[in-house]
Design a protein around this ligand. Sequence first.
Ligand code: ATP
Ligand code: MG
Length: 389
Amino acid sequence: MFIPDYAKELLTVLEDNGFEGFIVGGCVRDALLGRKPDDYDIAVSATPEETKMCFSAFRTISTGEKHGTVTVVNKGKNLELTSFRVDGEYKDNRRPENVEFTRSIEADLARRDFTINAIAFNEKRGLVDIFGGQKDLENKIIRCVRDADTRFNEDALRIMRAVRFASQLGFGIEKHTADSIHKNKALLENISVERIFVELKKLLTGKNATDILIQYRDVFETVLPELKKLTQEKYLENAKAVSKASDEITAFAAMLVSLPRENAEEICSRLKTDKHFRNTVSVLTEYVYEDFNDRLSAVHFIKNHSVETAEMLISLKDCFSLDTRVIKNTVSEITNGAVYTLSQLDINGNDLSLLGVRGKEISEKLNMLLDKVILGEVTNSKEELKKLL
Ligand code: ATP
Ligand code: MG
C-alpha cells in the first residue's frame, strides 16, 4: 500500500525508537478503495509523552493529549498521532468517561466503529484486519465492529456515521447493524446538533443519498421531526431530488421542499447552521415552485436576494425538473450587464429632489423608473427618464 513520504518518515522514527506506528482508519479504507486519502491518521504504541519524545526534533502540537493525540508537523503537513487506546465506560451515549492506553493495535482496532474503518497498515506487519474489513469493502458493506446494539449505545453518533458512510460510499448496511440502527435511533437525541449536522451534510451530498433517505426515513425523522409532515409521495420526490443537487445547501433545501418556510428556518436554527446557510435554505424552499412567468418578477427576486441565490434556485428547480427558462435568461442578462439595481439607473435621488420630488416619493419614483427600464419600456438615459416624471 502506498504511504506518502511525509507519513512514512514518522513511522520510521517510531520504529527506530522501539515503538509501532500504523496508518489507520479512513486513509486505509480509502486507499483500499483506490481513492486518494484526504489525510493520514497514525496510530502509535507510544503514549503521548513518548510520542513527543520521539519527535523532539519536529514541531509538535499537543492537540488532544487527554485522548492520546499529538500532532506532528512534517514537510508542511500536520499529522495526528494517536496512542493505541481502549475506551473506558461511555456515559449518556457519547464519548467515553476516560481512555486507557494500550500497546496492542488489535485492542485499538476493536474500539473503532465499522469494520471498514478498523484496518491498520504498516510495511512491517502489512494489513492488520482482524474484523474482516477488507471483505466488507469488497462486498460494499457497512458493519459494526462487534455487537451493533452495544456500539450504538456507547456512542449514538455512530448511527449517523453508518448512514453517512452508506450514502457516501454507495454501500449497503449489514442486517444486524441496520436493525440496530432502526431500534436505537432515539439515542440520537443525546448527540449534539453540531455533530449531527456535520454527518447530515456529508450524507445528503453522498452518491447514494436517495436510497438511504428512503430506507432510513425513521432515522431522519428522529433528527428532523418536521419531515413527518411530508406525505410518502412527497418524501420520495424530495429524496430523489437530493441526489441531483450539486452542493450541500441545495441538497438540504431539496429535502425540506413543501414544508412551511418557518419550518426550514426552525430546522436550520436548531441545527445551528450559519446565517447564510439558514437564509439560503429558507429562500430556496419558499421560491422553488415560483414560476417567474414575467421577467420583472425574476429581476425582483435577484434584486432582493442575489445572483448567487438565483443560481442556486435554478439548480434546485433543475433537481425537481421544473421550468427555469425565465429565471435562467434573466440571470444571464444581468451577468452580462443588464440594469437591475437603482445604482445602475441613469437618474438618482438627487436629480429627483432637484425636480421637486420629496420624501418617500423619491424611492417610489426611482423604483417605478427602474421597473420600466427593466421591462424595456424606456431607455436608461436621464433625459428619457425625466420625461416620465
Ligand atoms: P472521513 O473520510 O469522512 O474523514 P474517517 O473514517 O476518516 O472518514 P474520521 O471521523 O476522520 O472518519 O475518523 C477517523 C477514524 O476514527 C475512523 O475511520 C474510525 O476508525 C475512528 N472513529 C471515528 N469516529 C468514531 C466513533 N464515533 N466511534 C468509533 N470509532 C470512530
Ligand atoms: Mg478522516
